[in-house]
Design a binder for this molecule. Structure first.
Ligand SMILES: [Zn+2]
Ligand SMILES: [Zn+2]
Length: 546
């Protein structure tokens, strides 16, 4: 079949980083979006709730976006959907569980969709403008995940989002190898595939191995068991439920996102948890300790999660008890290691027994390791390959694997967010560069916090603040009263007091010498504070004239 037209592959998130996955495909001015995820902030992103992709390119062409396809219900794929739909009301396509989770998210964010939410089934296909999208089942750590075959006149693209080749998945539904082989027969012009574990040799163990690990931990536990994971790790919830039933305990859910997701997944038939196994949390808290399993969020030590609050003693509904067993069932997201480690220490200090994957296999990855990644490429036999989902080093590693299994080096392209690739005439080339940066979400504000503000926040957090309030006579410029000074997070109150007389004197010197602006005061104070303490607090001057 002769290839016609030009397909742009536009990576907006997830290439060069872990999280906020989003890719757009553009053919003849019509755009199909795949995924709309968020990324969790790292420790140095003070005050940030989460990060969404910079999709300015799509916003400017909102009328050209004809569909948004979501591959599965994890936050790094659906988390930004309410922001995106707010700007770009295009129809959404997803499998039943993914769609249910999206609906739940829209509801929680009071964002009623101004568009249609369309249910698709793995194995099915839809025509969206010039894009024929075929959905095929893949194994991952959430049920109902799909990969996509996207056919356009420019060629066939296989978009493999998160996947693993699990031969014994929790839900008994293996990856659709037959479909991958069929694509291969038709001729795949471009494969994009998940690079998360490209540095991990071998095969990712099946989810099945977790079952016995949980049973062992549960059998050993004398008191309550508290299992923390992501609210969207639905397969893990099933395994915890199974172990709970086997050991004769009851399970309860804590935290709104966990309660919501489990409700949706049970209603749609993706979780098999009998009614009598689940008890409401207030009832569970009155039961004997050895009868209870509490499933909650916070495996990454997030301060606002249940486990985060338990560790700091600020959880509202219940406290940690001596003898509780806390199981953290997830791998640390890069950048979170320190937070998790601190959380574990705090939990231990409060008398809990803490189980995490360093001491028991209570988590396996949901992502393909090297052998699976190579198998996929060998199976699909793509003419071109672009690694997606990963930091640059993981993308590069994945690219190497592709070359190892026979994709010619010149047909493998490593690109990061914002670098468009073009598929035309059966060849792939670099296109234009567009924005592909972070958009920070801080409460109600989206994109108002930028790197400058982040630097200020970090400076404040590291060095504290020194606030000087002065009033001068508007006629002669003399001070009306002594400068008022407040400091926070800088030095101890005593040390600050000791510095004050000289600080006041220096301020008065500047003012009395006829200063030009507040900067002179800031500089004089800063120099003195640095000389005395070797520290650089943020110095702020407010000036009023009376
Ligand atoms: Zn995922
Ligand atoms: Zn993902």
């Amino acid at each position: 079949m002769s290839k016609q037209g030009k397909l742009k592959i536009i990576p907006l998130g997830g290439l060069g980083e872990v999280g906020k996955n989003m890719t757009a495909y553009e053919f003849h001015n019509q755009i199909l979006v795949v995924d709309a995820g968020i990324m969790f902030p790292t420790n140095d992103m003070v005050g940030i709730d989460y990060i969404i992709p910079d999709y300015e390119y799509l916003r400017k062409r909102a009328d050209k976006v004809i569909g948004i396809v979501i591959t599965h219900g994890h936050e790094d794929h659906i988390g930004a959907i309410h922001h995106v739909l707010n700007d770009i009301p295009a129809p959404v396509y997803a499998t039943p569980l993914t769609l249910g989770l999206i609906e739940g998210k829209l509801m929680r964010n009071n964002a009623s969709a101004k568009t249609s939410l369309n249910k698709v089934q793995a194995g099915g296909s839809v025509e969206i403008g010039p894009f024929k999208v075929e959905f095929f089942h893949v194994c991952h750590s959430i049920p109902d995940a799909v990969g996509l075959g996207i056919t356009t006149p420019a060629g066939l693209v296989v978009h493999m989002s998160d996947f693993k080749f699990d031969q014994t998945p929790v839900d008994g539904w293996p990856t659709d190898f037959a479909k991958l082989a069929e694509f291969s027969r038709r001729g795949v012009d471009l494969l994009l595939s998940d690079s998360t574990n490209s540095e991990r040799a071998g095969w990712t163990p099946s989810e099945k191995v977790i079952g016995p690990a949980f049973e062992k931990v549960f059998a050993d536990a004398k008191g309550r068991i508290i299992v923390a994971t992501f609210a969207s790790l639905i397969s893990r919830v099933q395994q915890v439920a199974d172990a709970t039933a086997k050991l004769g305990r009851k399970m309860t859910l804590a935290g709104p996102s966990m309660v919501d997701n489990v409700k949706i997944a049970r209603k749609l038939g993706y979780l098999d948890i009998p009614d009598e196994l689940l008890v409401p949390i207030d009832q569970a808290l009155k039961m004997q300790d050895h009868k209870v399993v509490i499933m909650c969020t916070g495996s990454q030590g997030e301060p606002s999660s249940i486990v985060g609050r338990l560790s700091s003693g600020t959880n509202r509904q219940f406290d940690l008890k001596q003898g509780d067993t806390v199981v953290l069932s997830s791998h640390p997201i890069p950048g979170n290691e320190e937070t998790i480690s601190k959380t574990i220490n705090r939990l231990l200090r409060k008398g809990a027994n803490v189980i995490y994957d360093a001491i028991a296999p209570v988590h396996v990855s949901g992502h393909a390791s090297q052998e699976e990644q190579k198998l996929l490429i060998s199976l699909v036999q793509p003419k071109h390959f672009i690694p997606i989902h990963g930091e640059l080093r993981q993308l590069r590693r994945h690219a190497k694997l592709a070359v190892e299994v026979g994709v010619p080096e010149q047909d493998v392209m490593v690109i990061e967010n914002g670098q468009i690739a073009v598929l035309a005439g059966g060849k792939i080339t670099l296109g234009e560069r567009i924005p592909g940066d972070y958009v920070f979400v801080d409460g109600e504000s989206v994109g108002d916090v930028d790197f400058d503000i982040m630097r200020e926040r970090n400076k404040l957090a590291r060095n504290g603040i020194f606030l000087i309030d002065i009033s001068v006579d508007k006629l002669n410029g003399r001070l009306l009263h002594d400068p008022e000074i407040i400091t926070r997070g800088f030095v101890s109150q005593e040390d600050a007091e000791a510095l004050m007389p000289e600080v006041r004197k220096r301020i008065m010197d500047v003012v009395n010498e006829g200063y030009d602006n507040e900067k002179d005061i800031v500089n004089a104070v800063r120099t003195y504070l640095y000389d005395e303490t070797k520290r650089k607090p943020m110095v702020l001057v407010t000036l009023s004239k009376g």
